[in-house]
Design a protein around this ligand. Structure first.
Ligand SMILES: Nc1ncnc2c1ncn2[C@@H]1O[C@H](COP(=O)(O)OP(=O)(O)O)[C@@H](O)[C@H]1O
Ligand SMILES: NC(=O)OP(=O)(O)O
Length: 316
């Protein structure tokens, strides 16, 4: 029987550098990642692909604000910008996967599912924004932007530059989890929980209502992986492995670690908040909620990583 993996693709890994951010550039990055995911499927995996949207949701929101300020257009709420990214990025992944299936003569197809994720209306995250979105700015640019936009909250994103942050509540339930689970088990390659899912709250009468926030896609992917009882959670990001003392001369790659060891490294502050730490927390949560294995690696190493030749492998 095929192994079921949830593969989370980082939003930043689709934006390879500041000079290559166009929709066409992102599609090239998606095509490159799709080749490696299809390689995994050829090796016997069923996959649910999830993806980030941090840069992209920020671009859409900013375009809407500029159009509002300069041309009197209506503004687009953040929740709708997030829904837009599910469609736009999902479309690119779906097309790239289908093209790659055809090229290799595989009888398989991809489906993007608009996915809502329930959050708690009283989550303290709504009053304490932490999720970086949109472009990176220098300190000088950030100070200027902050003056012109006093309501923005900006942070230094893991030493990579300054970015605007928005509320990022914890995901509690994947609304469409049953249909995602059914379709992947029927053989479809699923693309779901894009951008961490569209954040919704459950109202008193049981109906859902969208709320302005961006859910962390690693947390949402971990929850989905546990809820569909995936065999593995695979996080595809900008590095082939996770490191201790990352960026220092004595940095040390982690090959195989246990859940207990990983928790100890978290206590020792080896993982940067806002970048690697949420991925590690997502892995811990998956393993504590019934998962047996997680891998963190970069897109080009996916096939080698599932064969145990690279990547950081975490076991319960
Ligand atoms: N301990 C660490 N080991 C490896 N990478 C780290 C570590 N701490 C921070 N990082 C950085 O975190 C990045 C992944 O975070 P990010 O770019 O935000 O993710 P995403 O790919 O989901 O957009 C890596 O590319 C690396 O630059
Ligand atoms: N929504 C989200 O977590 O996006 P990134 O992975 O791009 O930060």
């Amino acid at each position: 029987m095929a192994k079921l993996a949830v593969i989370a693709i980082g939003g930043n890994s689709l934006i390879r550098d500041n000079m290559r951010q166009t929709v066409e550039d992102q599609y090239d990055a998606v095509c490159e990642t799709a080749k490696h995911i299809v390689g995994m499927i050829e090796q016997g995996y069923d996959v649910i692909i999830t993806h980030g949207n941090g840069p992209q949701v920020g671009f859409i929101l900013r375009r809407s604000e500029i159009a509002c300020e300069t041309a009197g257009m209506h503004s687009v709420p953040l929740v709708a910008c997030g829904a837009d990214t599910q469609g736009a990025i999902g479309y690119q992944i779906q097309q790239a996967m289908d093209n790659e299936f055809k090229k290799r003569g595989m009888d398989k197809s991809a489906i993007t599912l608009v996915t809502q994720v329930v959050v708690d209306a009283s989550d303290p995250a709504f009053t304490r924004p932490t999720k970086p979105i949109g472009s990176f700015f220098s300190q000088e640019q950030a100070e200027k932007i902050q003056k012109n936009n006093p309501d923005w909250v900006m942070v230094n994103d893991s030493g990579r530059g300054y970015r605007r942050v928005v509320a990022s509540p914890q995901p509690q339930e994947i609304v469409e989890k049953d249909v995602i689970s059914k379709l992947v088990r029927e053989g479809y390659c699923m693309i779901a929980v894009g951008g961490g899912g569209i954040p919704v709250i459950r109202q008193r009468d049981g109906s859902f209502k969208g709320v302005d926030a961006v859910i962390d896609k690693d947390f949402a992917s971990s929850l989905l992986a546990a809820q569909v009882q995936a065999d593995e959670l695979i996080i595809s990001t900008g590095v082939p492995k996770v490191y201790l003392n990352y960026g220092n001369p004595d940095e040390q790659a982690l090959d195989k670690v246990t859940l207990a060891e990983l928790k100890e490294y978290v206590k020792q502050n080896h993982f940067a908040p806002g970048s690697m730490l949420p991925k590690i927390q997502a892995v811990i949560s998956f393993l504590e909620n019934g998962g047996s294995k997680a891998i963190i690696t970069n897109p080009e190493s996916l096939e080698e990583a599932i064969a145990g030749k690279t990547g950081t492998h975490v076991y319960r």
